[in-house]
Design a protein around this ligand. Structure first.
Ligand code: LLP
Length: 437
């Protein structure tokens, strides 16, 4: 596909992005205008798109089974303004650290709407969750031991669930597959069985459910199909053999989004059909009753809601390559470097053109690996042009750093013709604040 076909195809799936008079708009604002007002680099989020994604995901499941709730995986993007928006939509939270729990509580999420899924947690961290009545997805026998100790020491009860490792190979980047045989996450079947058996012996442990999360950016139904069947079979086994009544089955997150025009992806409806059908079948077989299904989407909710605007500072032509140098690097957008991820690039101030060139879009960091887009055919680009990287709502801003003492990007929310800052631009003083100088 050439650039024009690529962009036209991709934008069919992103109704919050439009091209008017050959310029890129997000909701009803030209990207050029946003860059003038807030500067670059700048993450811009469409409020409408986040709401749309949340509703579509939830409704896909609700149509098939009423008792379903979302626990948004806030690791994807924990900007408190985005969390507030999701709170107002009645979402819950999947948190992975005490700080995430604290932020969720301070934004207004009730403890019963927060779950705590983590790995290698300390006694202090688990104690914080127990004391705040947060449901813990226990990841190991070691964590179970710690929770028992905490309850005995403080004379407290704890709501627990266990993370089950279904040993499924998901076809995604190796860094984001989490339910493999070799993964560090979760309890394998034998250990999980032992964990439930032990937990059953302690009255102060309220065994609520079972959890899995097999990976991220999953684009086919097959791994969900296989993993959910294994999980449900195991849930049936402990219901029958250990007489444990689960009231929560948590299928985790992982649904992929369309980063590339020619990429096939599955929809929330496909995912819902697979998980709910398997669940209903298992319910009949094992007699599950009044079970609440939890889902932990992160990327799907926020991923495609945002673009990153950067400015072209340098055009460099060497005997071998044409480089576009922008005022951002992997400190702002690490996904291409860390996961070989593809983010589409649009020339925001002149979307289509008559002449095209092949470029590497490179960052401002002093590292040769600082390549944000490789061998891309783009309209002929000039210094001062604006490049928009698409689909930067999940795992972008939150994974940014101050490497090379560069400031993190400002973040802006857009609703129709209105825009406002949701994270101010960092300054040198912000960066050095924590040094003892
Ligand atoms: N639940 C648990 C327990 C998780 O570990 C994750 C993501 C999610 C839910 C949400 O998964 P999602 O729906 O967003 O796929 N930084 C990587 C992704 C890491 C995902 C980590 N866990 C990236 O940029 O692709």
């Amino acid at each position: 596909m050439n650039y024009e076909e690529r962009i036209k195809e991709l934008l069919k799936y992103k109704p919050h992005l439009k091209i008017i008079d050959n310029k890129l708009y997000i909701e009803d604002i030209p990207v050029e205008e946003i860059s003038k007002e807030y500067g670059t680099p700048c993450f811009v989020y469409s409020k409408g798109r986040i709401v749309q994604n949340y509703n579509r995901f939830l409704n896909a499941f609700k149509k098939l089974y009423k008792n379903v709730e979302i626990r948004y995986a806030m690791k994807a993007n924990s900007n408190p303004h985005i969390l507030k928006l999701l709170l107002n939509l009645n979402s819950g939270i999947d948190a992975v650290s005490v700080n995430e729990i604290k932020l969720a509580l301070s934004v207004g999420f009730k403890p019963e709407k927060i779950i705590y899924t983590g790995v290698n947690r300390t006694e202090e961290e688990l104690e914080f969750a127990v004391k705040n009545n947060i449901l813990i997805n226990i990841d190991s026998l070691s964590e179970l031991k710690k929770v028992i100790k905490i309850c005995e020491k403080n004379n407290l009860e704890a709501d627990i669930s266990f993370r089950f490792n279904p040993e499924i190979d998901v076809k995604t980047h190796k860094h984001i597959a989490t339910g493999l045989k070799e993964s560090k996450f979760g309890l394998h079947e034998r250990e999980a069985y032992i964990a439930y058996k032990i937990a059953r012996e302690y009255k102060f442990l309220k065994i609520r459910g079972i959890h899995m999360h097999i990976g991220s950016q999953i684009t086919s139904v097959e791994p969900f199909e296989k993993a959910s069947k294994k999980l449900l079979e195991f849930a049936g086994k402990i219901t029958r053999e250990l007489n444990i009544n689960l009231d929560i089955i948590d299928f985790g997150g992982g649904l992929g989004i369309k980063y590339k025009a020619d990429q096939n992806i599955i929809t929330p409806e496909d995912l819902a059909r697979c998980l709910i059908n398997n669940f209903l079948e298992a319910s009949e077989k094992y007699g599950f009753e009044n079970v609440k299904i939890l889902l932990e989407p992160g990327r799907y909710i926020v991923g495609d809601s945002s673009i990153l605007i950067t400015e072209v500072t340098t055009i460099k032509i060497t005997p071998y390559k044409k480089f576009i140098g922008v005022n951002a690097g992997f400190n702002i957008l690490i996904r291409p470097v860390l996961y070989e991820a593809y983010h589409e690039v649009i020339v925001a101030n002149r979307v289509f053109s008559n002449s095209y060139e092949k470029y590497d879009v490179v960052g401002y960091l002093c590292e040769s690996g600082d390549i944000l887009a490789k061998d891309r055919i783009l309209p002929k680009v000039f210094e001062g042009d604006l490049l928009a990287f698409l689909d930067t709502g999940a795992y972008c801003s939150i994974m940014s750093s101050n490497y090379n003492l560069r400031e993190r990007a400002v973040e802006v929310m857009v609703e129709c013709e209105k825009s406002w800052e949701i994270r101010r631009r960092e300054t040198f003083e912000d960066i050095v604040r924590y040094f003892n100088i």
